[in-house]
Design a protein around this ligand. Structure first.
Ligand SMILES: [Fe+2]
Length: 245
């Protein structure tokens, strides 16, 4: 089934996309491993708009390997890109995806501040392979500073299981599902964990984590949520709008 067939045939999924705010994307061009040029990014935004997406949070990687991605640099890139994206009709908001590595503590105390989403929500990630050293302490300190941490794609962390995920949530960290984890985009283990965490009601938000348009469209054709999953995804997508303010 190609993408345009999907648009017409997959009613349950396409309804989810209507009015969606995608809260995790790498669509800010030229700043990370996502979209390399403004043209590629605009093409993707047009396609997302055609599918019903109404808002997009741009959440570029901020990590030790990308020292140039200070808040100031990313704000400038955002302001340069935003006028070009107006024609797509998609509302854009700048955030970031902060890797909890040695550079994070520098960013925390940077004069430019941290790039938060609405309600002082802060999207964070850890290494997919290694246990998240200091995750509990860091999220606790962030909350004391008035931030509301959201851990991106917990289903992708090989070091995490259901009880660990429940503990993170109990400590006050919210959780964001990568939609295409359910479609197997990150392998069978991530798909199993996403299914389990979704069933357990652990997620608060959902986003695509789009890095590239063709992979996004391919994953979309494989996404086939059950009625119960669609119900839960609808709740998460409604909640996504709280991150736009
Ligand atoms: Fe991401």
């Amino acid at each position: 089934m190609n993408f345009f067939h999907w648009i017409h045939k997959s009613g349950r999924v396409s309804r989810l996309w209507s009015g969606m705010a995608d809260v995790h994307t790498h669509l800010l061009p030229g700043v990370d491993d996502g979209f390399p040029t403004a043209e590629a990014s605009l093409e993707a935004l047009r396609r997302l708009a055609a599918m019903g997406v109404s808002s997009v949070c741009l959440t570029p990687h901020v990590m030790a390997e990308r020292p140039e991605n200070t808040a100031e640099h990313l704000r400038a890139a955002f302001e340069a890109f935003r006028p070009h994206a107006e024609e797509t009709g998609i509302h854009l908001r700048l955030g970031a995806e902060y890797m909890l590595d040695e550079a994070f503590h520098t960013h925390r105390h940077d004069a430019g501040g941290l790039l938060v989403l609405g309600g002082r929500h802060l999207l964070i990630e850890t290494s997919p392979l290694a246990p998240a050293e200091g995750l509990r302490e860091t999220t606790y300190e962030l909350m004391l500073d008035g931030y509301r941490p959201i851990l991106a794609h917990p289903e992708r962390y090989a070091w995490l299981d259901l009880s660990g995920c429940q503990r993170i949530k109990a400590h006050g960290c919210q959780l964001q599902l990568n939609l295409f984890s359910l479609a197997g985009a990150y392998g069978q283990q991530a798909a199993r964990m996403a299914t389990l965490y979704l069933k357990e009601g652990l997620y608060d938000f959902t986003g695509s984590d789009i890095h590239e348009l063709s992979a996004y469209e391919r994953s979309l054709t494989h996404l086939a949520p059950s009625a119960a999953q669609t119900h839960e995804l609808t709740r998460l997508i409604a909640n996504n709008h709280t991150l736009l303010g």
